[in-house]
Design a protein around this ligand. Structure first.
Ligand code: PLP
Length: 230
């Protein structure tokens, strides 16, 4: 059931790529396992799936310790500066760098542990108060300084698009993100790469791929509905 659902997502990714003449190799599916038991991660891992997303530090560190075979953990949720030290050496990427202050803290802890941390800068194009992320202006103001921090590798941008019934309603946000990444690339900042665009979730990942996503974060579409009542 779980593996079939993952394969269905792969199939949808393939179709979206074909539609716009992209190669499926350009797309990484992040299986968002938050709230889900490790047994489900392990089942997918046995099927060869390596990339998992979590949004809470405590959950990621617990799963990191307990998982039977190593996988790649991506932190996709808001990160408090006082918790950076617990995860800098446990994740392959932090998608949710939403301030210069946080970037500085990651840099500090990365240097302490002697690691390089690939990060994405989270942008909030829709200016939703309920979501973290820098405005376009804030991003452009801070990106050069973030790029210069030791221990951090800026790999691209991340966005959490608004929740919509019709995925087409988010197309313009995905387009705007792609354009923003092209604009930043054109500025040739030192140590700033724009090779990754993390956008698109269960509801809208096909549209995100059509507009240039290179990482999609799919939870419900793979693991089923989440139960927050427990
Ligand atoms: C939970 C979550 C997802 C996955 O959401 P689904 O709609 O279940 O696919 C993706 N990105 C972030 C940042 C999340 O917190």
């Amino acid at each position: 059931m779980l593996v079939e659902r993952y394969e269905q997502v792969e199939e949808n990714v393939k179709k979206a790529c074909q539609k716009v003449n992209r190669s499926v190799d350009e797309i990484t599916i992040i299986a968002v396992s938050k709230t889900k038991p490790l047994s489900m991660v392990e089942e997918l891992r046995n099927h060869g799936v390596m990339e998992y997303g979590e949004n809470k530090v405590q959950e990621i560190t617990r799963k990191f310790e307990e998982v039977s075979k190593p996988v790649h953990w991506h932190l996709i949720g808001h990160l408090q500066t006082n918790k950076v030290k617990y995860i800098v050496d446990k994740v392959v990427m932090i998608h949710s760098v939403d301030s210069l202050k946080l970037a500085k803290q990651i840099s500090k802890e990365a240097q302490k542990k002697g690691v390089q941390v690939p990060v994405l800068l989270q942008v909030n194009l829709a200016h939703e108060d309920s979501k973290f992320g820098m405005s376009k202006e804030e991003l452009l103001e801070n990106i050069q300084e973030i790029g210069q921090l030791e221990g951090i590798q800026v790999k691209g941008l991340m966005q959490i698009a608004p929740y919509v019934q019709n995925p087409e309603d988010n197309r313009s946000y995905f387009k705007e993100m792609k354009q923003l990444s092209i604009d930043i690339e054109g500025k040739n900042f030192d140590n700033v790469s724009m090779s990754v665009l993390s956008m698109g979730m269960t509801n809208d990942y096909q549209v995100a791929i059509e507009e240039g996503a290179t990482m999609i974060r799919v939870g419900t579409g793979i693991f089923g509905e989440r139960d927050y009542s427990k």
